[in-house]
Design a protein around this ligand. Structure first.
Ligand code: OOG
Ligand code: MG
Length: 262
C-alpha cells in the first residue's frame, strides 16, 4: 500500500533527480520519511522517469540490480530491484567518462540482453529465453545519490537503483552460442585484476534477472517491450573509480569493454 501523498512523491522525485543532475549527494529519503514503503519508492522512481521523458529524454533500457550475492553483501541489501536507463547515460566503448558529472562512481561487470518480443509477467525462464534476441557485454557505472553510497532498499529504489552511466561492448552473441552461467568475466583496473566472476553469480543464470524484472513490472501492469536492452546486474562487487582510472573488463568469448575516467 502506498503511504504518502502524490505531492510527497513529486517532491522526493525532484529532490533525487536534481541531486543526480547536479552531481550532489543528499541525505537518504527514509531519514526524513521513515514510513515510505516499496510501492512509494517505485512511485518516486517512476516519477523521475516521467520527468525525464517529459523533457525529451528517451528510455534506453531497463536494469535489474542487487541480483548477485556479491552485490547484496557489498550493499547490505538482500532483495533484487529494478531501474531504468536513460539515453544520456550511455557512453561509447573505449571512451572517456567525465567524473565531474558524477558523485562517487563505481563500475560493475554485467551481461546485457536485448529482447525481440514483448515479455509480460508473470512469466517463466522458457518465455524469457525465447524473448531474447541477443546477448552483449556491458559495464554499468552506478552512482548513488546518497551520502557515502549508503542506503536502504526503499531509498535505493527511489533513486533509480543508483543508475548513472553504462557502456556496451560491440560483440553480440546468440543465446545458443554462449553458456551464460559459465561465462567468465575478469575486471581490471589500471592493469590489475580487481574482480573475477561468472554469469551464474547472477541468480544462477543472468536470464533469471529478466524473469524477475518482468514479474516485478507486472505488479505495476507494465511489460518489457520488444527491443528492450536489459542489464542483468553486477556479477561481482562494484569497484570505486576516480579520474585517472582505466577499466577493462574481459568477457569470455565476447571481447573487452574498456573506458577511462577523466
Ligand atoms: C544499487 C544498484 C545495483 C547491480 O547491478 O547490482 C546494481 C547499488 O548497488 O547502488 O546496479
Ligand atoms: Mg548494475
Amino acid at each position: 500500500m502506498t503511504t504518502v501523498a502524490a505531492e510527497v512523491v513529486a517532491e522526493l522525485a525532484e529532490y533525487l533527480e536534481s541531486a543526480e543532475l547536479e552531481a550532489r549527494d543528499v541525505v537518504k529519503i527514509t531519514d526524513t520519511y521513515p514510513d515510505l514503503d516499496f510501492e512509494d519508492a517505485y512511485d518516486i522512481q517512476w516519477e523521475i522517469r516521467r520527468r525525464k521523458l517529459e523533457r525529451g529524454t528517451r528510455l534506453a533500457g531497463l536494469k535489474a540490480g542487487l541480483t548477485s550475492r556479491a552485490k547484496m553483501k557489498q550493499m547490505g541489501v538482500e532483495t533484487p530491484i529494478y531501474g531504468f536507463l536513460a539515453d544520456y547515460f550511455e557512453r561509447p566503448e573505449g571512451g572517456e567518462i567525465a567524473t565531474a558529472d558524477l558523485i562517487h562512481p563505481k563500475v560493475e561487470a554485467e551481461i546485457a540482453v536485448v529482447t525481440k518480443r514483448e515479455l509480460r509477467g508473470p512469466c517463466h525462464m522458457g518465455q524469457a529465453l525465447a524473448a531474447i534476441d541477443f546477448v552483449l557485454p556491458a559495464v554499468e557505472i552506478i552512482d548513488s545519490r546518497y551520502e557515502n553510497f549508503r542506503f536502504d532498499l526503499v531509498s535505493v529504489i527511489a533513486d533509480n537503483a543508483s543508475s548513472s552511466r553504462f557502456v556496451l561492448g560491440g560483440r553480440m552473441a546468440e543465446l545458443r552460442d554462449v553458456d551464460l552461467p559459465t561465462l567468465g568475466v575478469v575486471m581490471e583496473k589500471n592493469g590489475e585484476v580487481v574482480q573475477l566472476g561468472a554469469g551464474a553469480a547472477v541468480l544462477n543464470h543472468p536470464v533469471s534477472s529478466v524473469v524477475l524484472l518482468a514479474n516485478m513490472l507486472a505488479e505495476r501492469d507494465a511489460v518489457i517491450p520488444a527491443g528492450t536492452l536489459i542489464l542483468t546486474g553486477g556479477i561481482t562487487a562494484a569497484v570505486a573509480v576516480a579520474a585517472g582510472d582505466a577499466i577493462n573488463v574481459r568477457y569470455q568469448g565476447l571481447g573487452n569493454v574498456t573506458m577511462r575516467f577523466v
